[in-house]
Write a protein that binds this ligand. Structure first.
Ligand code: FAD
Length: 389
């Protein structure tokens, strides 16, 4: 809740998303998870209902909504028991194009993204040797006439198999030749339909959350020069620019997860009878759930603060977004633990869905930004502590 926003409008979004999600119940998500599949029908339904184009401006065929409204959409997906990690890429990545793309790129791509004709679910930043130290990426894009030639490797790049386009970060000027290490990187809109098999090889990584995540190998991949987004050399800044929105949306996803765990734990603690009474009568069972509830609600306040500052264009939005993401990821993880513990052995049984959501919410401590990196941001930028890297 935040008085800055029209609560009725937010409730209408909440109800609409909840209604759609009710058709994709726990058994749907359990099956997708067990088959290590992608929820194609759910993503299609969300696209057709216009939720994935929520933040695309109306002039390009979207709904022109703000960050708060988008955050409610993702929160409700997770609160319903689903996994918004399967759709959030489309929202974040669209931002990068909207804020930095040329008029021609926006006119061509945004209406197609809004209608679902094209999918922009993937962003390729992380590399095996650079890790979090993005300025050390080794993937290069070298201009040859009206083309760029890409060589290198990426890791943990999600949803490639369910996307038509990918935003790619590559070095266009060697690290040794730039004044600041953040200079000399550029972003490109890669058409995966043309790239795969023609210089781009995709190797899926089997992993804990079945995010359809991959290793990518670029071997002289040629892309047209007009795939460049914005100015050459400024790609790192463009990526950073989108992070405040991304972190706030992730916070909302965690709030959705946290509430799902707390509801689930409370229900079970009321129903499960051991020693002749509901386990929820024991304060040892109650208190961790109550504590998680307090922490999720506190994180939610910071999430609304982050939304408001972002939607107002405030320079304080970055700090709030980082803190909201930190608090919400921590709170959802504590709620997951409380829910797992409340369920005892049954928490481990797939049919209860706790272990699935437990795995999914754990990711938010690591990706898209790890907790340590947020603490480092707060130390350096808010507290004036010495820079450590
Ligand atoms: C399921 C999944 C999906 C993903 N999807 C994508 C995607 O679509 N696109 C994409 O580009 N990336 C994606 N990622 C990558 C993700 O963003 C990175 O895994 C994450 O940013 C951490 O980078 P790393 O794994 O290289 O960890 P590392 O950088 O190797 O760090 C390992 C650990 O050390 C800590 N650490 C490192 N340096 C410091 C320091 N100086 N101070 C304190 N602690 C430090 C980190 O916090 C972390 O806990 C995904 C990852 C996963 C697991």
């Amino acid at each position: 809740m935040n008085a800055y926003y029209d609560q009725e409008a937010l409730s209408a979004i909440r109800d609409g998303v909840r209604d759609l999600c009710s058709a994709y119940d726990d058994s749907y998500w359990r099956q997708v998870d067990q088959e290590k599949a992608f929820p194609v029908a759910f993503v299609k339904a969300m696209t057709e209902a216009g939720w994935l184009g929520a933040m695309i401006p109306e002039q390009f065929g979207g709904s022109g909504l703000g960050l708060a409204e988008a955050s409610v959409i993702l929160e409700e997906v997770n609160r319903s028991g689903g996994n918004s990690g399967t759709i959030h890429g489309q929202m974040y990545n669209m931002f990068t194009l909207l804020r930095n793309g040329s008029e021609a790129q926006k006119q061509y791509y945004l209406p197609k993204l809004a209608s679902g004709e094209l999918r922009l679910q993937s962003m390729g930043v992380t590399e095996p040797t650079a890790g979090t130290d993005t300025t050390k990426i080794k993937t290069t894009a070298v201009r040859h006439g009206d083309k760029y030639v890409i060589n290198g490797q990426k890791v943990w790049i999600s949803r490639i198999q369910h996307s038509d386009l990918m935003i790619l970060l590559a070095r266009t000027t060697p690290l040794a030749d730039v004044a600041r290490k953040t200079d000399g990187m550029s972003i490109f809109l890669v058409d995966l339909r043309q790239a795969i098999g023609n210089g781009l090889t995709v190797q899926p990584i089997e992993n804990m959350v079945h995010h359809i995540t991959n290793e990518l190998f670029f071997d002289n991949l040629e892309i047209p020069a007009d795939a460049l987004i914005g100015e050459e050399g400024k790609g790192f800044r463009y990526i950073l620019d989108g992070l405040n929105a991304e972190r706030t949306l992730i916070a909302a996803e965690c709030i959705g997860d946290g509430r799902w765990f707390i509801d689930k734990a409370s229900r079970y603690a009321n129903e499960r009878v051991v020693f002749g009474r509901p386990i929820g009568m024991n304060q040892g069972v109650q208190f961790p759930i109550a504590e998680a509830h307090i922490e999720v609600e506190a994180a939610d306040l910071m999430r609304w603060q982050a939304c408001q500052l972002y939607d107002q264009g405030s320079s304080a939005a970055g700090a709030a977004a980082n803190m909201a993401k930190y608090l919400a990821a921590k709170a959802s993880w504590e709620a997951a633990n409380a829910c797992m513990q409340t369920h005892g052995g049954f928490g481990f049984a797939c049919e209860y869905d706790v272990e699935r959501k437990f795995r999914e919410t754990r990711l938010y401590q690591v990706a898209p930004i790890s907790t340590n990196l947020i603490l480092s941001y707060v130390s350096e930028h808010l507290l004036g502590l010495p820079r450590s890297f």
